[in-house]
Design a protein around this ligand. Structure first.
Ligand code: RET
Length: 270
């Protein structure tokens, strides 16, 4: 019979929940997002009530999925289901200590960030190959980021996965900064695309920074402060971003409804 509680991976869910609840600052970083995601969902449903064209509705649903995934993600974290204790490997500043790791964040980013990119790609009226590239590179970034957070066999391997994830991130940045601005200019959506692109690029760069500075990386920030870093970025990168996008789509439905030829598969036949 194994002795429960002797290794970190055997910490029971209620032990993890107890640790989360004991850290008020950490808990607050989760509950703030649960509240804001809930309010955003109600607001976005209301804002989309008159959107009719199929294409504008697709952007709307993709955008609405961002707070929907976020709410589920943060409930998973606050309940302790997607948080675990990890024993950091030798070389890590907290080597040998049990580090409370909210790994569910990285998992749910694989669902929320593609929705952000889908909405942006549709807004820029991009072609299918570029949209596919951005979304698959983004998913790869999140999955290898999850690996970077979870691997405890060696400190070097944590940074190796961080590097792999960052390489995928570069591909996403390339599409956002080089490919889509031209597409958006051709589609006549440059103004709003430019604003959202800037917001996305600047805020998304903050995520690897908090990973590196936080308990997963060099640990100059505590678990609670790292979590607040991600939570603060999430508030702007998800809810403010989605609000700006949706209010523009609601006011300019015609501009979006008439686009979409490039995703329709007619390209290349001319
Ligand atoms: C990680 C660590 C490994 C290296 C890189 C990362 C990038 C993460 C990003 C996350 C964006 C999340 C958003 C969530 C909103 O729902 C995984 C932190 C490059 C860019 C926008």
């Amino acid at each position: 019979m194994s002795d429960p509680g002797t290794t970190p991976l055997q910490a029971t869910q209620s032990e993890v929940l107890g640790a989360i609840q004991a850290d008020t600052l950490f808990s607050a970083s989760l509950w703030v997002n649960i509240a804001l995601a809930g309010l955003s969902i109600l607001l976005f449903v209301y804002m989309g009530r008159d959107i009719e064209s199929p294409r504008a509705r697709l952007i709307w649903v993709a955008t609405l999925l961002v707070p929907l995934v976020s709410l589920s993600s943060y409930v998973g974290l606050a309940s302790g289901l997607t948080v675990g204790f990890l024993a950091m490997p030798p070389g890590h500043p907290l080597a040998g200590e049990l580090v409370l790791t909210p790994w569910g964040r990285y998992l749910t980013w694989t669902l929320s960030t593609p929705m952000i990119l889908l909405a942006l790609g549709l807004l820029a009226d991009t072609d299918l190959a570029t949209l596919f590239t951005a979304i698959t590179m983004d998913i790869a970034m999140c999955v290898t980021g999850l690996a970077a957070a979870l691997i405890t066999s060696s400190y070097a391997l944590r940074w190796a996965f961080f590097g792999i994830s960052s390489a995928f991130f570069l591909a996403v940045l390339y599409v956002l900064l080089v490919e889509w601005p031209d597409d958006a200019a051709a589609a006549g959506t440059s103004d709003i695309f430019g604003t959202l692109k800037l917001l996305t690029v600047v805020l998304w760069l903050g995520y690897p920074l908090f990973w590196a500075l936080g308990t997963s990386g060099i640990a100059v920030l505590s678990t609670a402060l790292t979590s607040w870093g991600y939570s603060a970025l999430d508030i702007v990168a998800k809810y403010v971003f989605a609000y700006l996008l949706l209010s523009w789509v609601a006011d300019n439905e015609g501009a979006v409804a008439n686009a979409g030829v490039r995703l329709g598969g007619t390209e290349g036949t001319a």
